[in-house]
Design a protein. Structure first.
Length: 344
């Protein structure tokens, strides 16, 4: 019997090895076949109730998806308390459960897919710097965060919202794999839709729980230029240098990718550090052209990949405002680029 066992053993091992080699050498553009791509924007919750017709301008661009972003608040990046109150009506209307529902109802009735994407707002910091100083505080923080995300998971389930993002840019917490797997398991108990996590572009390669999710989510603010006013070729070459890192993760976890956020300001330095907030660019020269070129470079590279399941551009206002500079493509050359590719 021993030779027979060895024969089957080596045969099985050979099949596994062959499967691995076939997967490893598949052309990158054929790694993961997705169905229709989600053509999305990050919808800004408005101060006041929608008046009607706000979705029409978005539909005209060819968009078929939005993310909605309610907030929880953390007073300090190193303390475990998280505040959120689903019944607090003093928040902006669009971020309340009633506003989220109304936005969902009005957009879903027009065929627009919604993703619930709660964020944490850390005072004087950003979510990627949230980190506890001892194990006791880590335990409290994860218990609080689980309560926060489960409340929104239940709301998403009640609304039959098709997609939920369980966390955004929590880079110094996502390395705690055991805790995040436990949260994802609890979310699955109350929410039946598709789930992702929005990892910062500096974080996604280190996340180890992608297998527990439906999509690899990336906050795709990759630097694309070293100086102001780059040309399209420079931007496309930069994308080609970043894409292999994403494809390596796709090969490992065999999951499609969502760019849960991507965006560029209408300034000459937009491609250098795309993540920089507009209020830090007040002395920078405006440029619709650079913003539009950044959009075009994305569509001509990453968007064409078969593993790309969708994108959400930061950001889109129900009513266009005049604050400048800003990330929104509304009323700018970038909107025309976005529309041209979304409508193809």
């Amino acid at each position: 019997m021993k030779p027979m066992i060895s024969k089957y053993l080596f045969s099985s091992v050979g099949l596994v090895a062959l499967s691995f080699l076939i997967w490893f050498f598949i052309p990158a553009e054929n790694l993961m076949k997705t169905e229709e791509k989600w053509k999305g924007v990050c919808w800004v919750g408005s101060r006041q109730p929608l008046q009607g017709g706000e979705v029409q301008a978005l539909l005209a661009t060819g968009a078929n998806a939005i993310s909605q972003t309610p907030f929880g608040w953390q007073s300090e990046k190193n303390t475990p308390e998280i505040r959120w109150d689903m019944s607090n009506e003093r928040r902006w209307w669009g971020e309340t459960p009633a506003g989220i529902k109304a936005t969902y109802d009005s957009s879903a009735s027009k065929g627009i897919m919604n993703m619930m994407k709660p964020h944490l707002w850390a005072r004087g910091s950003w979510p990627g710097e949230i980190e506890m100083q001892n194990e006791a505080d880590w335990k409290i923080w994860f218990a609080n965060y689980q309560g926060f995300i489960l409340d929104y998971a239940r709301l998403a389930e009640d609304l039959k919202m098709p997609m939920l993002c369980v966390g955004t840019e929590l880079e110094l917490t996502s390395q705690r794999e055991k805790e995040w797997r436990a949260i994802i398991a609890e979310v699955r108990k109350v929410y039946s839709g598709k789930i992702t996590y929005a990892a910062n572009f500096t974080e996604f390669e280190k996340v180890k729980f992608w297998d527990a999710l439906d999509y690899i989510g990336v906050q795709a603010y990759f630097p694309l230029a070293k100086d102001h006013n780059p040309n399209l070729n420079e931007l496309k070459k930069s994308w080609e240098s970043h894409l292999p890192k994403i494809e390596k993760v796709v090969r490992k976890y065999k999951k499609p990718v969502l760019f849960t956020e991507i965006g560029y300001c209408n300034t000459v330095d937009a491609a250098v550090e795309p993540w920089v907030w507009p209020n830090e660019r007040k002395e920078i020269e405006f440029s619709e052209e650079v913003q539009a070129l950044c959009y075009e470079a994305f569509f001509e590279t990453a968007w064409k990949k078969s593993w790309m399941a969708g994108v959400f551009f930061w950001k889109w206002y129900p009513e266009r405002h005049q604050r400048e500079p800003d990330f929104t493509p509304q009323g700018k050359a970038a909107e025309r680029v976005m529309s041209a590719y979304f409508l193809k």
